[in-house]
Design a protein. Sequence first.
Length: 215
Amino acid sequence: MKNFRHKPENPLRKADWLVADCLLRKARTLVKTHHYAHGGSNTFTALHGLYRRSNYELCGVAWWLPPTRDAAAKHWHNPEAVLTLSRLAIVPGVPTNAASFLMAASIRLLDPRWELLLTYADPSQGHTGAIYRATGWQYDGMSKPERVYFIGDQMVSRKCGPKTRTHEEMTALGAECKGAVAKHRFKMVRVSTKNQSRRTVDIAPLFDGLREASQ
């Protein structure tokens, strides 16, 4: 009996794409335009971009941050080894499977010390987490509802470094609470990579320099 697997339209050709480190300012610009939160943190633990090999155009971002220590401790015996995929954003018009390609490559580039990965899908935005289910993440139920704050159209996180800001501190910043949202939570336990070395190329500054030199 033949196995009729669905073939995606406009599939991604791996040879045409590159995943590597990304500049924070470039990532913030892409997320502001192409992610529903319209913003992100001022920091990162790991930040990877999806680039076209033909012209090194940035077409996607995977942005990793540690959760609060309390949140990490609820899910793993070593809170210092937990990392969260805070933002995953892709520009329109890229080939099918670009997001899963970026995410998988980004995970491979993470330092081996990160033993547990977490990510969330926001049902208030119509997200079910299908991409995580299809790429090996384990569903871990719904998170506790948390207040969501915006300044204009930009989502503002309550987390500020090691501190979590109170409602009063958020309103003092000019942020408006848009209600409380529970999200689908997914986790991934990484296999031991003690004998593997992290290999990544910080290509973004090089490409910026080439573009500026050509202008």
